[in-house]
Design a binder for this molecule. Structure first.
Ligand code: F6R
Length: 589
């Protein structure tokens, strides 16, 4: 991932770069750095950790400048590996992965060049620095280096003796923008959004040259090109935390609104084309990653139960290299909160290239995914800032369940209504407050299991992902009936178990697993609408959630699990909003 910014204009570059980097911190926060040119010299400040560590650099004089916030791929999160990288007369920031870095580095070292980091990115700095040293042509140097690079990149490059920034894009997002106050480059719109500025989205293979008040765009052969201009509005003020200590807790509180706002009315004329596609759908494929993959699994239960449409759910990073079979009549749904996940984008493009219609379900209008999709069904969860996805998951389910219901209607099958779900989500949120008191059982835990059957298993998988990602406790979501086939060996008194039992037809079977883990000393916590189950002696504590159609129940049952993860993270002293090693948008493979 990583976020990059560049600025050339009337103001001192340092504060502009730092403000931009703060807006891009969702892309990674392992280290940050800026480089500004002053009097023909580079001034570089790099720090391990978050952008705020660069506060001292705000006073730097100079313009132009470039900046970077890093999510480490090659090389540890450290100051040594922080960008910008300087070689010869150039300085570079990079987002992406140079896949042939090892080979290129060996070639550079054989020429006697010395590296000062363990990153793949520094290889690009060496190549560009060397080529620039030969001819003094920055655009030519970046283009010559690009020809040697394999992988993905968005670069912003400065030369200490030139007032220009050169950018390049290949499979990593990059926009450039121009306004009365200067020219800008960035990984994403929020870093440059301001009324009066105009932005251009670079395409793969494009280069951009930014000089005073001017942006020139070039294709891969350095021929001038024109890209669509987008007028930027003032960036909406970032939502605050309100009455909450953390964004994650605030975003969980927004789940009912996210569900309400996202439930589409597919009978409206604007969806008529989507409905026509549903009529022709024989197979459903869903591609997604992480939490969005779990919403795909939930959709499978609903689509197969109500519409009897065979549904396969694929981890996007596997699908893209799996030579997938896409029969005629396949509808592919790509689910992504950010709409920028590299694996999901690649899987979506592959599905399309094999003849599938593609629907994007995403929370970000105008994201890359919306540009490849035939149809976009937006989620309206509102901006999600905490790295762990919460309300966006429930919003995805609202859209996907609506699609499942519509599919059922087109197949002349019955499906239950969805309209009551927002109110039930509100009741579930209120009923879940007690999970805060479960934390002592998790603080000393060795590992945690989340169990369920059918759709409850999907909720268990998502509950487990939430817990491990923000509390760093080893945890597994497991099909309740499968536990006894080996995994039960892991269960003892230091293995709390969270069981989800919302399907009456399966609940007793899930309780069998509860008895088994209880007998091995595990403390059991239950999420269920059935009070008789909650009273079982094996259950240490429970959340009684409202009853709803079992295939839709993950949209409710996940709420106490999201809250549990939050409270356990707090009890263990972790920052739930910014878990280590992660980033909100995963734009690398
Ligand atoms: C988990 C989480 C990730 C994302 C995954 C896909 O809390 O946030 O697992 O769900 O990286 O991201 P999107 O939905 O943006 O494609």
């Amino acid at each position: 991932m990583c976020g990059i910014v560049g600025y050339l204009g009337e103001e001192r570059a340092a504060p502009v770069l730092l403000d931009g980097l703060e807006k891009l911190e969702y892309r990674g926060y392992d280290s940050a750095g800026i480089c500004v040119v002053n009097g023909g010299k580079f001034f570089v400040v790099r720090k391990k950790g978050r952008v705020k560590e660069l506060a001292g650099a705000r006073a730097l004089e100079g313009n132009p400048g470039i900046g970077h916030t890093r999510w480490a791929t090659h090389g540890a999160p450290s100051e040594r590996n922080a960008h910008p990288h300087v070689f010869g007369k150039i300085s570079l920031v990079h987002n992406g992965i140079i896949e042939n870095a090892a080979c290129l580095r060996a070639q550079c070292e054989a020429r006697g060049e010395v590296f000062s980091s363990d990153t793949d990115s520094e290889v690009a700095a060496h190549l560009i620095g060397r080529f620039y040293g030969e001819k003094g042509d920055l655009l030519g140097a970046v283009s010559a280096a690009a020809e040697l690079l394999a992988g993905s990149y968005a670069f912003a490059v400065l030369a200490e003796d030139k007032e220009e920034i050169v950018c390049a894009r290949m499979r990593s997002p990059l926009i450039v923008a121009c306004g009365p106050d200067g020219v800008f480059a960035a990984s994403d719109v929020p870093a440059v959004a301001k009324a009066g500025r105009v932005a251009y989205v670079l395409e793969d293979g494009d280069f951009a040259r930014l000089t005073r008040g001017k942006i020139e765009l070039f294709d891969g052969a350095l021929r001038p090109v024109v890209r669509e201009a987008v007028a930027l509005e003032e960036e909406e003020v970032s939502p605050g935390k309100g009455e909450f200590r953390h964004f994650m807790r605030k975003e969980i509180s927004e789940v009912p609104a996210a569900v309400l706002n996202s439930l589409p009315d597919l009978s409206k004329p604007e969806f008529s084309e989507v409905c026509k596609v549903l009529c022709q759908t024989k197979y459903l494929h869903i591609v997604a990653c992480g939490t969005a993959y779990h919403s795909g699994l939930c959709m499978k239960h609903a689509a197969e139960k109500f519409a009897r449409v065979p549904t396969e759910v694929f981890v996007a990073s596997e699908y893209r290299y799996a030579d997938p079979i896409v029969p005629p009549g396949t509808l592919t749904i790509a689910v992504s909160q950010s709409g920028e996940t590299a694996d999901t984008l690649a899987a979506a493009a592959l599905a399309k290239s094999r003849g599938s219609v593609l629907i994007a379900v995403t929370n970000v209008a105008h994201s890359s995914l919306t540009r490849v999709a035939d149809f976009v069904l937006p989620t309206h969860a509102g901006r999600e800032i905490a790295v762990a996805a919460t309300k966006s998951f429930n919003a995805q389910l609202a859209v996907l369940y609506a699609l499942a219901v519509q599919l059922a209607k087109t197949a002349k099958c019955c499906a239950p209504p969805l309209a009551g779900l927002p109110v039930l989500a509100r009741e579930t949120l209120a009923a879940s407050a007690g999970v805060a008191s479960w934390t002592p059982y998790f603080q000393g835990a060795r590992s945690v299991f989340f169990l369920g059957r059918g759709a409850d298993h999907c909720a268990a998988l998502e509950g487990s992902l939430k817990l491990k990602e923000i509390s760093y406790l080893p945890s597994e979501g497991y099909a309740a009936g499968e536990l006894k086939h080996g995994t039960l060996a892991l269960v003892d008194g230091r293995t709390p178990v969270v069981a989800v039992a919302c399907d009456e037809a399966l609940a007793d079977k899930t309780m069998n697993a509860v008895h088994e883990v209880y007998a091995r000393g595990a403390a059991v916590f239950l999420v269920t609408p059935f009070s008789a189950l909650a009273q079982a002696k094996e259950v240490t504590a429970s959340v009684l959630i409202p009853r709803c159609e079992p295939a839709f129940s993950p949209i409710l049952s996940v709420i106490p699990l999201q809250l549990l993860a939050y409270h356990v993270a707090l009890a263990l002293g972790k920052d739930p909003d910014k878990p280590r090693n992660l980033a909100k948008s995963v734009t690398v493979e």
